[in-house]
Design a protein around this ligand. Structure first.
Ligand SMILES: [Mn+2]
Length: 333
């Protein structure tokens, strides 16, 4: 007998048990509000919409709440009008479900409608996370939250063409189109299942992943020109200042993916981006190559994430922030 088998059995039975409990809560509820994270990415948008569509098909009144703009590139997704601002949230929901949210502060304006619901559920795949729900369905081995939602919708026998496109979007986003080390055999077998539905993978990859606007190109050109390299070109740091956004007509949302241009340079072990949000306030993203665990680096500053991709916020003067980050990266490398 394979010694590893009981461990997998346990993980699987944990998930089945949680899905059973969550389905029971869904059956009891009429209104179910779904919350995704600030600066929404393809994983939380695709996962949130897929869950929403499934709940609506089950006869529930359900919407996805997010105050930040949904990037234009996701315009091909069906059901987008089910995404609402938190100010549009009415009354107390019977059930609130957070998707792809590792800590409450990532919920933005959704915190109060989430908390005011009669019951809270969290569905997430982050390694480091808080607990802010009555019921949690967590799989830290899932490359994307979309994988967990896939299993749940499959459990509910609800997979269809639209949900497949949403979940395919979720999975390609968080795996960098299967480039990142979080991609597992299970990721690929889920994608294989999704491809049995009517969807155009190339079209989705082009829209969600490859195509960029001219403004984003201009931003990219500007910031890549100023990338700083350290320690024999093993660390690359990219900085977005307010003036970079102003000059190119872009904002924080448009930075997504640019860090890969640094991460992908041969010899780079850690890529970091430092993005100015307000005066003296910075949003930091880390990307690691190979065995390097960048979630530990973000954790030093109170952030979190995954082994290969993590983030945090730091305040202070740029030079000090840069110094502090460099020290932590070097300590953990
Ligand atoms: Mn995710």
């Amino acid at each position: 007998m394979d010694k590893k088998q009981p461990i997998f059995k346990t993980a699987e039975s944990y998930q089945k048990e949680r899905m059973f409990v969550i389905k029971k809560e869904i059956d009891k509820a009429e209104t179910i509000s779904i919350f995704i994270h600030v600066n929404p990415d393809g994983d939380c948008i695709g996962s949130g919409l897929a869950l929403c569509r499934q709940l609506v098909k089950m006869g529930k009144t359900s919407f996805v709440y997010c105050d930040d703009e949904i990037p234009d590139k996701f315009n091909y997704l069906p059901y987008l009008d089910y995404i609402k601002k938190t100010s549009e949230h009415q009354g107390k929901a019977d059930l609130a479900i957070s998707v792809d949210i590792a800590s409450l502060d990532r919920m933005g304006g959704g915190i109060s409608p989430y908390m005011s619901a009669k019951k809270q559920i969290m569905i997430d795949h982050h390694v480091s996370r808080g607990k802010f729900a009555d019921i949690a369905l967590i799989d830290a081995h899932a490359a994307a939250c979309g994988e967990i939602i896939f299993k749940f919708v499959q459990y509910l026998r609800g997979l269809d063409d639209e949900i497949a496109a949403m979940l395919f979007t979720a999975i390609i986003t968080d795996t960098g189109c299967f480039q990142f080390s979080n991609t597992t055999n299970e990721t690929l077998s889920i994608v294989q299942e999704l491809r049995k539905f009517k969807l155009d993978p190339q079209e989705i990859i082009y829209n969600a992943f490859s195509s960029i606007g001219m403004n984003v190109f201009n931003l990219k050109q500007r910031v890549l020109n100023k990338v700083k390299f350290y320690d024999n070109n093993t660390i690359g740091i990219i900085t977005y200042r307010k003036e970079d956004f102003e000059a190119t007509g872009t904002n924080q949302m448009h930075t997504e993916g640019i860090i890969s241009s640094v991460r992908n340079i041969m010899g780079i072990k850690v890529a970091v981006s430092i993005c100015e949000t307000e005066n003296l306030s910075w949003k930091i993203s880390f990307r690691g190559v190979g065995d390097i665990d960048v979630s530990a680096m973000a954790a030093v500053f109170g952030g979190g994430g995954h082994k290969g991709a993590s983030g945090c916020r730091i305040s202070g003067y740029y030079e000090d922030v840069l110094e502090r980050i460099l020290k932590v990266v070097r300590d953990y490398m």
